[in-house]
Design a protein around this ligand. Structure first.
Ligand SMILES: *[C@@H]1O[C@H](CO)[C@@H](O)[C@H](O)[C@H]1NC(C)=O
Ligand SMILES: *[C@@H]1O[C@H](CO)[C@@H](O)[C@H](O)[C@H]1NC(C)=O
Ligand SMILES: *[C@@H]1O[C@H](CO)[C@@H](O)[C@H](O)[C@H]1NC(C)=O
Ligand SMILES: *[C@@H]1O[C@H](CO)[C@@H](O)[C@H](O)[C@H]1NC(C)=O
Ligand SMILES: *[C@@H]1O[C@H](CO)[C@@H](O)[C@H](O)[C@H]1NC(C)=O
Ligand SMILES: *[C@@H]1O[C@H](CO)[C@@H](O)[C@H](O)[C@H]1NC(C)=O
Ligand SMILES: *[C@@H]1O[C@H](CO)[C@@H](O)[C@H](O)[C@H]1NC(C)=O
Ligand SMILES: *[C@@H]1O[C@H](CO)[C@@H](O)[C@H](O)[C@H]1NC(C)=O
Ligand SMILES: *[C@@H]1O[C@H](CO)[C@@H](O)[C@H](O)[C@H]1NC(C)=O
Ligand SMILES: *[C@@H]1O[C@H](CO)[C@@H](O)[C@H](O)[C@H]1NC(C)=O
Length: 346
C-alpha cells in the first residue's frame, strides 16, 4: 500500500509532466497530506510545477512560505480551506502567477501591497476571508487583472484611484466589506471591458459620477445596493439619443450606447427624485431594484414594455399614484409590499 505522501509524489510527477492546469484533489486524499510534503516534493526534485490546486483539502494553519519556492507556478488555488494568518511575503516570488485564489479561508491582516508585483495576475480571488485595512494602491500595477474579487472581507478605506489602471478588468467584486467609504472613483467607469461591478453592502457615499455611463459598453450588472449613495441626477443636462440609454435619472448613458444592462441594483441608498421613463430604454433589464430609497412620483408605465423584466423591487419609497395594471401582468414578481404610496391599486 502506498502511503499518502508517496502517492502524492507520484501525483506531483504526473502533475509536472502532463498537467498545466489541473486539480490533484481527485487523486489525493485531502486530510493526510501536509503542506510541507506538498512543497518539498515539488521543489526538491526541481520540478516545474505550474499549477497547484488544493482547494477544499481541509488544510489549516498558516500558508507555508515554502510555496514561494515554486517559482514556475502559474496557478495557485488554496480556496476553501482553513488557512489562517497573512499571505506570506515569499509568495511574491511567484512572478508567473496568473491565477491566485485563496477565497474562503480564515486569512486576515492587511491585503499585502506586494501583490502589486505579481504583474501577470489575471484572476485574483481573496473573497470570504477576514482581510482588513484598505485595498493597496499597488493593485493598480496588476494591469492584466481580468477578475478582482475581494468580497466578504472587512476591508475599509477608499477604493484606490489606481483601480482605473486595470484596463483588462471585466469583473470587480467588493461586495459586503461594509467599511469601504467615500465616493466611487470615476475611473471605474472608464474600464472599457467591465461587465459587472458589485459594490453592494459598503459605506460608499456621494453621487454617482456624471460620466459613469459613457465608456462601459459591456456593463451588464451594476450592483450598488446597501450603500449611502445620494442625490438625484440632473437629467436635463444629458443629451441622450435613442441609441444612447439613460435609465431613470442616472447620468448620461448608463448603457453606454447599448442595451446590455440586465441587472440594476440600487436599493437601500438615499436616492431621490422621479424614476424617469428613460429607464425603459435599457431593454435588457431583467431585474431592477429601487427599494429602500426616497424615490417619488409615479412608477413609470413604460416598465411594462420591458419584456425581459422579471423582478422589480420598489418597496419603501415615496411613490405615488397607481401601479400600472399592465406592469403587474407582465412582471412575474413585483415586490411592492412595502410601497409607501397613496394606496396604489394593483
Ligand atoms: C480547483 O479544484 C476544484 C475542485 O477540484 C475546482 O472546482 C476548481 O475549479 C479548481 N480551481 C482552479 C482555479 O482551477
Ligand atoms: C477531505 O476532508 C474532509 C473533512 O475532513 C472529509 O469530509 C472528506 O471526505 C475528505 N475528502 C477526501 C477526498 O478524503
Ligand atoms: C475548518 O475547520 C472547522 C473546525 O475545525 C471545520 O468544521 C471546517 O469543516 C473546516 N473547513 C474547511 C473548509 O476545511
Ligand atoms: C524554500 O523556501 C524556504 C522559505 O522561504 C527557504 O528557507 C528554503 O531554503 C527554500 N528551499 C529551496 C529548496 O529553495
Ligand atoms: C508598481 O509599478 C511601478 C512601475 O513599474 C513600480 O515602480 C512600483 O514599485 C510598483 N509598486 C508596487 C507596490 O508593486
Ligand atoms: C495609475 O493610476 C494613477 C492614479 O489614478 C495614475 O496617476 C497613474 O498615471 C496610473 N498609471 C498608469 C500606468 O496608468
Ligand atoms: C447637449 O445639448 C446642449 C444644447 O441642447 C448643447 O449645448 C451641449 O453641447 C450638448 N452636450 C453634449 C455633450 O452633446
Ligand atoms: C428619506 O427622506 C427622509 C426625509 O428627508 C429621511 O428622513 C430618510 O432617512 C430618507 N430615507 C432614505 C432611505 O434615504
Ligand atoms: C410600449 O411600447 C409601444 C411600442 O413601442 C408604445 O407604443 C407604448 O406607448 C409603450 N407603452 C408605454 C407604457 O410606454
Ligand atoms: C413623499 O411624498 C410627499 C408627497 O409627494 C411629500 O410631501 C414628502 O415630502 C415626500 N417625502 C420624502 C421623504 O421625500
Amino acid at each position: 500500500m502506498l502511503k499518502p505522501c508517496c502517492l502524492f509524489i507520484l501525483v506531483a510527477v504526473l502533475l509536472s509532466r502532463i498537467c498545466t492546469i489541473c486539480s490533484v484533489k481527485t487523486l489525493v486524499s485531502n486530510a493526510t497530506i501536509d503542506q510541507d510534503a506538498l512543497e518539498s516534493v515539488a521543489v526538491r526534485n526541481g520540478r516545474r510545477v505550474t499549477a497547484l490546486n488544493v482547494s477544499g483539502f481541509g488544510f489549516g494553519g498558516p500558508i507555508v512560505p515554502n510555496l514561494g519556492n515554486l517559482t514556475s507556478l502559474e496557478l495557485l488555488a488554496l480556496t476553501n480551506n482553513n488557512f489562517t494568518g497573512s499571505i506570506p511575503q515569499e509568495l511574491s516570488n511567484l512572478r508567473r502567477l496568473s491565477v491566485f485564489e485563496a477565497g474562503y479561508n480564515l486569512l486576515s491582516g492587511k491585503m499585502p501591497s506586494w501583490l502589486g508585483t505579481l504583474t501577470e495576475l489575471e484572476y485574483l480571488r481573496l473573497n470570504g476571508n477576514a482581510f482588513s485595512g484598505s485595498i493597496p494602491r499597488s493593485i493598480g500595477n496588476n494591469t492584466k487583472l481580468v477578475l478582482l474579487n475581494l468580497a466578504y472581507n472587512s476591508l475599509g478605506g477608499v477604493i484606490p484611484l489606481e483601480i482605473a489602471n486595470l484596463s483588462s478588468l471585466e469583473m470587480l467584486d467588493l461586495k459586503y466589506n461594509g467599511q469601504i467609504v467615500d465616493s466611487i472613483p470615476d475611473g471605474i467607469f472608464d474600464l472599457s471591458r467591465i461587465e459587472a461591478i458589485d459594490l453592494t453592502g459598503n459605506s460608499l457615499s456621494g453621487e454617482l459620477p456624471s460620466t459613469m455611463c459613457d465608456n462601459v459598453p459591456r456593463l451588464s450588472g451594476l450592483y450598488l445596493s446597501a450603500n449611502l449613495l445620494s442625490g438625484s441626477i440632473p437629467f436635463d443636462i444629458h443629451n441622450c439619443s435613442t441609441s444612447v440609454i439613460c435609465p431613470w435619472d442616472l447620468p448620461l448613458t448608463l448603457c453606454g450606447g447599448t442595451t446590455k444592462l440586465e441587472q440594476l441594483f440600487l436599493g437601500t441608498n438615499q436616492l431621490t427624485g422621479r424614476v424617469l421613463d428613460r429607464i425603459c430604454n435599457c431593454r435588457s433589464l431583467s431585474v431592477i431594484s429601487l427599494r429602500y430609497n426616497n424615490f417619488t412620483d409615479n412608477i413609470p408605465k413604460c416598465l411594462a414594455n420591458l419584456t425581459a423584466l422579471n423582478y422589480l423591487y420598489l418597496g419603501k419609497n415615496n411613490f405615488t399614484g397607481e401601479l400600472p395594471a399592465e406592469l403587474v401582468r407582465r412582471v412575474c414578481r413585483i415586490y411592492v409590499s412595502l410601497i409607501v404610496a397613496r394606496s396604489p391599486r394593483v
